[in-house]
Design a protein around this ligand. Structure first.
Ligand SMILES: CC(C)(COP(=O)(O)OP(=O)(O)OC[C@H]1O[C@@H](n2cnc3c(N)ncnc32)[C@H](O)[C@@H]1OP(=O)(O)O)[C@@H](O)C(=O)NCCC(=O)NCCS
Length: 417
């Protein structure tokens, strides 16, 4: 069993937002047995193709990655202090009214006035109320408490420090209203979907396979690129601030820990190819050298979804387009699209997905598969599932309603949790 990421010294949240329906309820980190109870409760929603036991093992496995260990993830439970845990606990998890988890991630906020902050954000997931407690406002109360108080959580590796929390995100599978009403505003949630079967006219891909050992260099280079693009690109008139999560190697490893676990379970094989890389300039080096911002190559880091049998692009890195590199970038992205289709086909998947694609990616997909109107690909604007939603925290800690003009950059699948 993975080491616990919550411990007795974890904070019990105290202050409550004013309009909460159940002010007497308490939100606190789960103990190790309680954490297991939350998995017992929520397995019917999220175990997918796994058995119950395999699901518990997977959750333990992904909670012990670099991103999540040592306080990187906290499992929160809503409890009634008047109904203490049954002494027979861990056999009796009835005192858990609602549960969720929150993962700390590094991110950046850039403002129009030139101010730049490297802050923490929380990704909230696995929001769950057991069936017999549903419809009583428990999930809503839990999220109101967490959303209100998460911004002042201390750094678990250094409890005397409270690094600023800039925002929190979650990905709603129950439409746009539930979370919006309590402060998480829905943002663009689209994806492009193209088949794994390439048309006979498609050239073979010249892209290079990305291996796990190269992810650290690729992610560092991509983060340098993102830092520059998000802070230096001129702001559109209606944008006041930009926020972005960093696609670090720890974030990618967490996704890959999940895919490898399910891949082993479903097929007895774990994927070893983690993406594809294509040069844009002659002499581009793979993997990128330390300090590079990846302006000489494009690459994709992907994950295999064995439950839905799809290849999912976690992050597609391409340099900023200028007139001198436009056709080379377009050609490199085309190579990545073809490489993605080949990888999906090799696993017997029918589909490849990329979240919130930019124009040049859509054009590359069109060049390979033909027009959307002729069935070449689909551009889907999701309304119910994986709705990227954001709660904004002002610097003085007083604001929870997202002001107008916040641009969520690089809102791709890597940021999901
Ligand atoms: C979704 C879920 C967490 C809601 O828990 P709950 O404690 O019953 O929710 P609440 O009683 O706090 O409901 C609060 C509001 O959300 C609405 N709501 C509840 N479940 C909803 C759902 N599945 N879809 C849309 N709205 C929902 C309620 O109508 C209520 O609205 P109101 O404030 O306007 O009256 C619970 O149904 C659940 O665990 N479902 C399975 C797992 C899941 O889908 N989790 C969400 C993943 S994003």
């Amino acid at each position: 069993m993975a080491p616990s990421t919550t411990h007795p010294s974890s904070p019990t949240l105290s202050s409550s937002p004013p309009d909460i329906k159940h002010p007497h309820l308490v939100l606190r980190p789960a103990t190790i047995p309680e954490r297991h109870h939350t998995w017992v409760l929520n397995k019917t929603s999220w175990k997918g193709i796994l058995t119950d036991n395999a699901y518990y093992l997977r959750e333990a496995h992904i909670s012990s990655q670099d991103l999540t260990r040592n306080g990187g993830i906290t499992y929160w439970i809503l409890v009634d202090p008047a109904t203490p845990c049954n002494p027979a606990c861990p056999q009796s998890p009835d005192h858990i009214l609602s549960a969720c988890e929150a993962i700390r991630k590094p991110c950046l906020i850039a403002r129009k006035n030139g101010e730049v902050e490297e802050v923490i954000c929380y990704g909230i997931g696995s929001v769950y109320t057991s069936e017999r407690h549903r419809g009583k406002g428990y999930a809503k109360s839990m999220l109101q408490l967490l959303g209100h108080q998460v911004k002042s959580l201390p750094d678990p590796s250094n409890p005397n420090e409270s690094p600023r929390v800039g925002f929190s995100v979650l990905y709603s599978d129950i439409g746009k209203q539930f979370y919006h009403k309590i402060g998480w505003r829905p943002h663009q949630s689209s994806h492009i979907s193209f088949p794994s079967k390439l048309p006979t006219s498609a050239p073979s891909s010249k892209a290079k396979n990305v291996l796990k050992s190269d992810l650290r260099a690729l992610c560092a280079s991509d983060c340098a690129h993102i830092r520059r693009v998000v802070t230096k690109t001129p702001f559109a008139p209606d944008v006041e601030a930009r926020c972005v999560q960093f696609p670090t190697v720890e974030v990618m490893d967490w996704h890959h820990a999940r895919e490898e676990f399910i891949g082993q379970y479903a097929t007895s094989k774990a994927p070893t190819v983690k993406g594809a890389w294509a040069p844009i300039q002659q002499g581009a080096e793979y993997p990128p050298k330390e300090g590079s911002d990846g302006s000489d190559a494009a690459w994709v880091i992907w994950t295999h979804d064995f439950a839905e049998k799809k290849l999912v692009f976690l992050r597609l890195h391409a340099p900023t387009i200028v007139s001198s590199n436009e056709s080379a970038v377009a050609e490199a992205i085309k190579q990545l699209i073809i490489a993605g289709a080949n990888e999906a086909e090799a696993w017997g998947f029918k589909e490849v997905i990329s979240w919130n694609p930019d124009d040049i990616t859509e054009v590359a997909v069109k060049n390979v598969f033909g027009k959307e109107s002729e069935g070449g690909y689909d551009l889907v604007h999701r309304e119910m599932d994986s709705i990227a939603s954001l709660m904004w925290y002002d610097k003085d800690g007083s604001e929870e309603t997202e002001p107008a003009g916040i641009e969520w950059c690089m809102n791709e699948k890597f940021a999901w949790c």
